[in-house]
Ligand binder design. Structure first.
Ligand code: M6R
Length: 613
């Protein structure tokens, strides 16, 4: 949610900041801006729209400087317009600041400052902090710029990653973190600050992940990190990042989402690399070994997550309860964090998060820790806040996911949950043969994905015939009910078609009223124990004129005669089917969004990483 970047060094900051903003644009894309400092003068440009709109303004200007900050916004307070775009400047025009997060008590501070005569120009919470810094700095001779920022940060409540410049101190950048991610890149005589490492890696591989309450000063080619309040120096270790540039570019694909759908030919295997043990019918999960005693003796498990990751959690519940026979509760992190859930030292709380930065999931984990639970993270981004906050965890290793609609991260999360469930299950008495059966199917998943990708033309046909629908229903049972939810989420977020996922048998209890000849209904219907029950639901939809799209692993005559379209998933283990069938749903949503000419990688109102509540 919002991307921020800062640069100080001996190169021209403009191309570095603009390219960096493009890399961060997945975090927010309703407006952007840049501020540069040179010869004790601050210049800035900001505008509503995409980074490309800012780029053309910057290209037509003579803006320059020797250090700078930039921002791409996802609006929280104030509509997306030029004025509300960051950077925000104080009333003197000497201080500029970019912010990711929310200052919750901004109204109180704003009222106070207004009483003192400060005039605000924007509707944002961010302007409040920059005006407060200015008030403190210009009205207290003894306060340096650095100490004014520290003092202002102590007045605010909420989450922030900030980077600030002051014209009076032209070779200095100041940054701080509380709740919102911030990474310091350490190059040769140059430094970068950014919301994540993606804009940094083409300049340096050496980064420092900042923690909450940390304050960075980069001055005269040196950096120091200290506690915001106590000023005590914090010693941090440099982390070397292995990410390649190709991984964060879309290459020949028109959209990141399509690239990431195709990446699943190898990303699921990447998730399993070195972790499958066919011989013993089990999995090796090094990241949780030290906490196995707690996991094996746990009386209950909570899985907490948001959006797509929550859907993966619902699948995880089926798997863990099936193999490990321990009760699993799956909760939205935003609900879990504010209720009095039963958590004690015998509880395991697992947070699933692609980004590892989702504010609610992070807060849920912090709460679980406070209450004495063992916390595990299933994250994609190494070095992310949730990965660092949890006691232990399993990385999904799906590679960077840039498209706002999650695809390969989801299949990687489900893969990790299968491996985790089997790992615990085998230690609790699940037979080697059952383990081997599951692992054998996991081992052929790459080929299954390749076969699914070969059927793209069939999926396009379905998209062509249904893209004009205003509503879509997705139905599945058991472990495939979350697949239905995920299919519906994919469609609504990128094509703006209203879609709902339901347990197939629940249709009769309400949603059936919606069905008419304009309503496409997607059935996720593998030939498992509930197949004939789902077949009856298909009959019910057909009887009411609905358009039936069946996703199955075996076509029989009933399916053929009842379905308007059948999409075939290669035969696999019933617990691997959610992975492969969800890829068909990803492609379907993608193709519909293409036909509707939607902004697939940057759908309206969304952002990839939700770092505010
Ligand atoms: O990074 P996280 O997995 O924590 O993100 C959670 C959700 O914001 C995310 O899955 C969201 O629902 C996606 N846009 C879905 O495609």
């Amino acid at each position: 949610m919002c991307g921020i970047i800062g640069y100080i060094g001996n190169k021209d900051p403009v191309p570095i900041l603009l390219k960096g903003l493009k890399r961060l644009e997945y975090r927010g894309y309703d407006s952007s801006g840049i501020a540069l400092l040179q010869d004790e003068k601050l210049a800035h440009i900001k505008r509503a729209g995409k980074v490309s709109d800012l780029q053309s303004l910057v290209d037509d200007s003579s803006i320059h400087g020797n250090c700078g900050i930039a921002h791409t916004r996802w609006a929280t307070h104030g509509i997306p317009n030029d004025i509300n775009a960051h950077p925000h400047l104080d009333h003197t025009g000497n201080i500029a600041l970019v912010h990711n997060g929310i200052f919750e008590n901004y109204e109180t501070i704003k009222t106070l400052l207004e009483k003192r005569g400060v005039q605000f120009t924007s509707d944002t919470d961010t302007e409040v902090i920059v005006q407060l810094i200015s008030e403190l700095y210009y009205n207290n001779e003894k306060l340096t710029f650095e100490n004014s920022v520290r003092a202002a940060l102590q007045e605010v409540v909420g989450a922030y990653g900030i980077v600030a410049l002051c014209a009076d101190e032209p070779n200095k950048i100041i940054a701080a973190r509380m709740g919102s991610p911030l990474v310091l890149g350490v190059g040769e005589g140059e430094y970068f600050l950014a919301s994540d490492a993606s804009p940094i890696i083409e300049h340096t591989r050496n980064v420092i992940y900042l923690d909450d309450d940390e304050f960075v000063i980069i001055d005269n080619e040196e950096y120091s990190i200290s506690n915001i309040q106590s000023k005590k120096i914090v010693s941090k270790t440099l982390t070397r990042i292995d990410l390649s540039i190709e991984e964060i570019e879309k290459g020949e694909f028109p959209h990141f989402m399509l690239k990431e759908i195709h990446d699943q030919k190898h990303s699921i295997s990447d998730t399993m690399r070195g972790r499958l043990n066919l011989f013993d019918g089990t999995t090796n999960l090094g990241g949780i070994v030290n906490y196995l005693p707690n996991i094996l003796s746990a009386s209950r498990i909570y899985i907490t997550a948001c959006g797509t990751s929550w859907h993966a959690g619902l699948i995880g519940k089926h798997l863990i309860e099936e193999y490990a026979r321990v009760p699993v509760h799956v909760e939205y992190a935003s609900e879990f964090r504010y209720r009095n859930a039963i958590i004690d030292p015998n509880t395991i709380v697992i947070a699933i998060s692609q980004s590892g930065e989702t504010a609610d999931s992070l807060a849920a984990i912090k709460k679980a820790k406070e209450l004495g639970a063992t916390t595990l993270g299933i994250c994609n981004v190494v070095g992310s806040s949730i990965a660092r906050e949890t006691d232990a965890g399993i990385f999904t290793h799906a590679g960077p996911e840039i498209g706002v609609a999650s695809t390969k991260a989801f299949t990687a999360q489900v893969t990790v949950l299968i491996m985790l469930a089997l790992n615990i299950g085998r230690k609790k008495g699940v037979s080697k043969d059952r383990g081997k059966e599951l692992i054998s199917s996991l081992k052929t998943v790459d080929q299954d994905v390749i076969n699914i990708l070969r059927s793209i033309e069939d999926i396009k046909e379905v998209a062509k015939s249904t893209s004009m629908a205003n509503h879509y229903l997705y139905l599945g049972r058991g472990i495939n009910f979350p697949v239905a939810l995920e299919g519906a989420l994919k469609l609504k977020e990128i094509s703006y078609i209203h879609a709902e996922g339901y347990p197939a048998a629940e249709m009769k209890h309400g949603p059936i009223a919606l069905i008419d000849e304009k309503m496409p209904v997607v059935f996720i219907a593998p030939q498992d124990d509930t197949f004939y029950k789902v077949l009856s639901n298909i009959e019910e939809v057909k009887a009411r004129g609905g358009i039936v799209i069946t996703i199955t692993d075996k076509i029989n005559s009933s399916i053929k005669s009842l379905s308007d379209f059948v999409l075939l998933v290669p035969k696999t283990h019933k617990y691997v089917f959610p992975i492969t069938s969800s890829i068909i749903l990803q492609i379907l949503a993608y193709e519909i969004a293409v036909l509707k000419n939607c902004e697939i990688d940057q759908p309206r109102n969304l952002a990839k990483s939700v770092t505010v509540e």
